[in-house]
Design a protein around this ligand. Structure first.
Ligand SMILES: C[S@@+](CC[C@H](N)C(=O)[O-])C[C@H]1O[C@@H](n2cnc3c(N)ncnc32)[C@H](O)[C@@H]1O
Length: 297
């Protein structure tokens, strides 16, 4: 088992991004940022919309932790970093050896199986599937959004699970991220699946995740979506969803459901009004301030 070295620095919010970038450029293997005031009266929450970065790069005072292969590399990096003008208010918290395996285990332990229903679970590859799971999606955290832990994704998955057998359905997942919604539709019986995204990393991730789950998804950039579908799911954000309204509705067969997620309670009326010429959207689910809208063409 090899040993890594973890350098922990206390850093003010304004410098977190610059310091993190510098640490990676100077040879760090990975950088994580934690709240230096976590579990204290000074703790502050950071919230970002799905698929978007948090509004700030760090907390009021952050602990920036960087892993190095060698202790000498860590001390050399530290000396160079502290000599930079932007690092004036950066303080060293510690430099400690960590077992590589412990570190991997710690990271993995943060991603446990996620229940969508009693029998439908999202399970990371390093976990056994729970005994009650009848439908299991194998999915590891990666570069693209969608591991089943965000309320918007969970609500879409629950909605899919409520539809029963999707055999014979042609499904479009618009803004597919990790491909989680298209793959779920496939595991629930649909056989003609298309996933599209503007982010090439999402296209790669969807392709990989679909293969891992033995599901065939046609995946690519948005122009890959052609014709009419029996079901269209789009978990994006309110603003792109408004712009996409005519396009998404044009992909619906008569009588086909449209499922929209990624919007907050206060955005519901605006979205309903935008889609009104094509689809009467109703609130199908809500979780932690996020709303799922559904309607039939
Ligand atoms: C919140 S993630 C949803 C991922 C996944 N479908 C889920 O439910 O977890 C939104 C995805 O939409 C993609 N996206 C954003 N704007 C888009 C657009 N105009 N057209 C297609 N995809 C878009 C983003 O790149 C991102 O992967």
């Amino acid at each position: 088992m090899s040993t890594l070295f973890e350098l922990a620095l206390i850093c003010p919010q304004e410098q977190v991004e610059t310091v993190s970038d510098a640490l990676m450029e100077l040879g760090g293997l990975s950088v994580t940022v934690e709240d230096a005031d976590a579990d204290s009266p000074d703790e502050q929450a950071l919230f970002g919309e799905p698929g978007m970065p948090a509004p700030r790069a760090g907390w009021q005072r952050s602990i920036v932790k960087t892993l190095f292969e060698q202790e000498a590399a860590a001390t050399e990096t530290l000396t160079t970093l502290l000599a930079q003008p932007f690092a004036q208010d950066v303080h060293v918290q510690g430099l400690v050896p960590v077992d590589e395996q412990d570190w991997v285990r710690l990271t993995q332990s943060q991603f446990a199986p996620v229940p969508i229903t009693d029998s439908f679970w999202i399970v990371p590859s390093w976990h056994e599937a729970p005994a009650q799971a009848r439908t299991v999606m194998r999915l590891d955290p990666g570069l693209a959004f969608g591991t089943g832990t965000h309320p918007t994704t969970r609500m879409c998955l629950r909605w899919l699970a409520r539809q029963g057998d999707l055999a014979g359905r042609r499904v479009l997942d618009y803004g597919c991220g990790s491909g989680i919604l298209a793959i779920a539709a496939g595991l629930l019986g649909a056989r003609d699946l298309t996933g599209v995204d503007i982010d090439p990393a999402a296209v790669t991730a969807t392709d990989y995740n679909a293969q891992t789950n033995g599901v065939v998804v046609r995946v690519g950039l948005p122009e890959l979506a052609v014709g009419a579908y029996d079901m269209v799911l789009a978990n994006i954000l309110a603003t792109p969803l408004k712009l996409l309204a005519p396009l998404l509705c044009a992909h619906l067969k008569p009588g086909a459901p449209l499922i929209l997620a990624g919007l907050l309670e206060r955005q519901v009326q605006e979205l309903q009004a935008t889609y009104a010429p094509w689809v009467e959207l109703h609130v199908a689910d809500q979780e932690e301030g996020w709303v799922l809208l559904a309607g039939v063409r």
